[in-house]
Every structure is written in structure tokens, then in C-alpha cells.
Ligand binder design. Sequence first.
Ligand code: PLP
Length: 375
Amino acid sequence: MTTLPLIRLSKSNISETEIAAVSSTLREEYLGMGKKVGEFEKQLSEYFGRTAICVNTGTSALQLACQGAGLGTGDEVLIQSLTFVASFQAIHATGAKPVACEFDPNTGCIDLADAEKRVTPRTKAIMPVHYAGNAAGLKAILDFAKKHKLRVIEDAAHAFGTKVDGKLVGSFGDITCFSFDGIKNITSGEGGCVVTDDPAVIAIVKDARLLGIIGDSDNRYKRERTWSFDVQYPGWRYHMSDVMAAIGVEQFKRKDEFRKKRQHLVQGYRARLNNYGKVKLFQDNGCDINPHIFPIRILPPGNRDQVQLKMKEDQIQTGIHYVPNHLLTFFKSDYSLPVTESTFKEMITLPLHFDLSDSDLDRIVASLKKALDGK
Ligand SMILES: *Cc1c(COP(=O)(O)O)cnc(C)c1O
């Protein structure tokens, strides 16, 4: 019996260029935040046309963005329940409270009608999650925020390279946060960045990532540091290291190649599944998505866990993005979110990464259909 090779749900693609860049950074024997981080930030800032500040993870980017926006104890932040727990923890870390909202089961993004019902005098911000790379609702979210006088901290961890009406996510809006963890659209191993044009936010994020030491970032890019300093508010050790930035700088150069392949794969899935009645696909609503994951809904509901097991037997990894946060013990809400709860039970994520081929897609879709048709 031959076993088919394992198809992974997600993975990074690292070429000899990234490996060489890391080796040469290691040989310089300066591993902290230095000139490589400066170089990565320059690339990103030019790309977005706004200031990008690199940090050690996407989660810390979100936390520092919340801190920079002035969020603290007692403040409330509107957010869809169906997101990675990182978004909820980042809000909680500032002392603010994530307020779980419904999502739109058609696009995967926050349901603003539901969010509106949860606005209180303590609501200070909304954190839209560009689920699976889809940022179609961003314009409406920015209008909603204006109406209610809220800051907008985008969790764009899935949406590096997504465009709305031809404009890059991160190039407009209030504050946008990206993740460069190992499986995201581009990676720096671990990492993230905050993008904004608000000088007050920039100043706080730059300092708070270096333990709150005022104005030390510019010394670090020159491989120097200050020995006499002041601190005025909480800070963290959240800066990015040069080793991570060395990977990021090379991955950035490959971003268009990655984007093209991810979009090709999603088109391939759509072509293979569009007329298949037992699954429902999320819609892009006209957004030019750089897709990070490919979640689908299994109909009829109740089959999801079975399908996941059957596909695993065929050596195909699938995922579940995500357990709704309002169902977790730590973030339990005293109200239910019926759309999120019922849709979640139908959701399964199919493999999506640069190394997949069209024949891998054939294998994945055949396995999915076999599981659902019971043959
Ligand atoms: C990956 C991710 C994050 C956090 O990024 P890390 O770099 O892993 O800390 C936040 N939100 C969402 C939706 C993510 O997928």
C-alpha cells in the first residue's frame, strides 16, 4: 500500500535567499533590533505610504495599537467573536474589554448592525478582522466609526496585500496591524507591524515596544542605545530582532509571487466547488483579496467533524478558523450570538499555501466530496 504524501493546511515557503540573509545577519553578531529592522520598516512604510513599526508578533502589534489609541481599563472594543483569540487577548492586555459581535456568514466580517446594538458610552474602538483576507466592509466600518467617534484598529493579520477599490489595506484608515508569523502571507519567522499616520500613535508604539524608553528606536537602527533615559508609561519588550527582519526583508521582495499563487489556488477551489451543493463558499464582495486561508461551510451542518476526520485519513490536514471567543471560558459573554454559533459548526478550512499544486487541489476536493457523498 502506498501512502500519499501529507498535504499541510498551511506552511511558509523559505528560499535560499532568506537562508543566506539570516546567515549573514548571524555572522554580523548583532542580533537585537538594529539596521535590518530599520530596512524592513523602510520597505513596509514605502509600500503602505504610511509609517510602519515592526514588533515581535502580530498580537503585540494589536496590543500596542490599542495602547497607542489610548485604550485602557473600562473601555470597550467592538469585535467579531469569530477571530483568532490573539485579537481578544491583545485588547484585554490593555485593560479594555472585547465586546463580542456577530459576523456576516457571507463574507466572514463583522456585522455592523449587530455591533451597533452593542455600542455604549464606554465604547472607544472597533477592531475589524479582515477574515481570510477579505476587507470588503472596511469603508462602511470607517463610516460607522466616524458616526460613533471610535478608533479603528484593523486586525489585518490575514490581509497583507489585499486591496479595497485598488487601495492597499494599510495605506488608509486609522491604525492597521499585520502579522508575519510563519504561515501568514509573508513571514519574518515571528513578527508583526503597526501601520498608521497618526504621530501620537507612532510615538507611543515606537517607545512602548522598547520598554517605554523614550526615543530610543532611532539609536537602535544605528546599533546604539541610550544609557540615560526616562519612562512615562507602561512598555514591553516587543521589538523585532534583526534575525527576524532579515527573513522579512527577503519575503517582502517575493510578495507578488506569493499573492499570485494564493489567488490562483482560491480560483481553483472556486472552479472545483462552485456547483457542488454540499458546501457554501464565502464571498469576496468585490474585494481584491490576498487570501490567507480558505474556509468553507459544510452543508448540511453536523458533518464537519466527520469530514475533518475522513480527510485526515486521506493525509490532508484541515483547520477550524475559529472557535468563537465568546464561548471560551475567559471571554464568555452573557448573551448568545446565534449566527456565529450555528455558522461556526459548519466551517472547515482547506489547505492553502504557496507549495500547493493544481493536482493537490484535485486530491483535496476529491477527498472532501468523497467524505460528503459517503462513497
Ligand atoms: C495570526 C493572527 C494574529 C496574531 O498574529 P501573531 O503574529 O501570531 O501574534 C491576530 N489575529 C489574527 C486573525 C491572526 O490570524
